[in-house]
Design a protein around this ligand. Structure first.
Ligand code: SAM
Length: 328
């Protein structure tokens, strides 16, 4: 699939559910959001059918996200079926790690990876303040299990002024002994409420400067094609660092991804308000060929970048939805 800006699209991020057992303040209000009724979620059968159609169109990389994928019942049997689809080169997983540790041996057996583990701090009390749940030890056990099984791991840390900026250097220091990639992510307004931050933000430039102040020997690494991160290494450290300009949006020129929300909305950009609903099309009896045509049509009209997608949102409304309804 090639879009109207000449970008190859070969990657889909599929959100398994909008439910999550954490309440990270940058993602959801404390009381949660109006979670979708089960009947409105894509079923596993519908997701599998969709992935097969997408593979037929050239998608060879899938990432499963949410919500928290492991809070949806029977997620592992679904993963098993997905892993058996021929033509998928990579299945990645994004998880908060609270329920993941017992499944790590099966994730390894199925060849899942990279696993992106969300962890915004190394301090249990701060973890509670950010996520409003006391789950740090479970997440840490997941990290240990992933390391023991030699899995490829990326740790996602959203950098937020007044919340966890002192964790930046501690997280970077983790790369000394652990072969993980620490990914510092700019906060975005997908929190169920709208823009939080005002004048001062940790953008990617600031994050690099901060790292460099502690590690003057910080070295820029080449970024793989289609990467959303700027990669760096600290000489002598086993892991590396990625900085994701998620709000500044500097990486759209090579964007190769589609997103599908738990309710089946196809998004050709994180910042758009959805192009069409795959669930509705499927439930109205569309054939695989019709599904494929609709997807190709959407890909042929993609926004040039996240700023254009945001400007074209439905009724000009700003981003306020929670990331748990999209997948990140
Ligand atoms: N539950 C899984 C998890 O926690 O990784 C997957 C879903 S979560 C929505 C995916 C990623 O989106 C997480 O790494 C999370 O930190 C990130 N995220 C959520 N809201 C965000 C925001 N407002 N700005 C930046 N990143 C955000």
């Amino acid at each position: 699939m090639i879009d109207n800006h000449g970008r190859t699209v070969n990657y889909v991020r599929l959100a398994i559910t909008d439910r999550c057992n954490l309440r990270c303040f940058y993602c959801m209000p404390e009381a949660g959001i109006a979670f979708a009724e089960r009947s409105l979620l894509l079923t596993y059968e519908e997701m599998e059918r969709l992935v097969r159609v997408l593979v037929g169109l050239g998608v060879d990389k899938v990432r499963l996200t949410g919500g928290e994928p492991f809070v949806r019942r029977d997620f592992m049997p679904f993963l098993e079926r997905l892993a058996a689809i021929e033509g998928i080169r990579k299945i990645g997983l994004t998880t908060n790690g609270t329920l993941t540790a017992p499944h790590v041996p099966d994730l390894k057996r199925l060849g899942i990876g990279p696993v992106n583990l969300s962890l915004d701090t190394l301090h249990p009390r701060r973890f509670f303040e950010i996520t409003r749940r006391d789950e740090f030890t479970h997440v840490w056990s997941t990290l240990e299990a992933l390391m023991e099984h030699g899995m490829e791991v990326k740790i996602n840390m959203v950098v937020m002024q007044g919340r966890n900026e002192t964790d930046i250097l501690e997280m970077a220091a983790l790369t000394r002994h652990l072969p993980v990639s620490i990914r510092f992510i700019e906060e975005m307004p997908f929190n169920g409420e709208g823009q939080h931050y005002t004048a001062w933000r940790w953008d990617f430039v600031r994050i690099v400067e901060h790292l460099r102040s502690a590690y003057p020997q910080l070295t820029k690494l080449p970024d793989p094609p289609n990467s959303t991160a700027y990669h760096y290494a600290i000489p002598g450290h086993r892991g590396n660092i990625g900085i994701i300009a998620a709000y500044t949006r500097t990486f759209c020129g090579t964007c190769n991804r589609l997103r599908v929300t738990p309710q089946g909305l196809l998004k050709t950009c994180l910042y758009d308000s959805g192009i069409f609903n795959i669930r509705d099309l499927m439930r109205a009896g569309a054939s695989d060929a019709e599904l494929a045509d609709s997807i190709l049509e959407a890909v042929a009209h993609r926004a040039k970048d996240g700023h254009e997608a945001e400007a074209n949102r439905f009724a000009g409304l700003p981003v306020t939805e929670s990331m748990t309804t999209i997948g990140g």
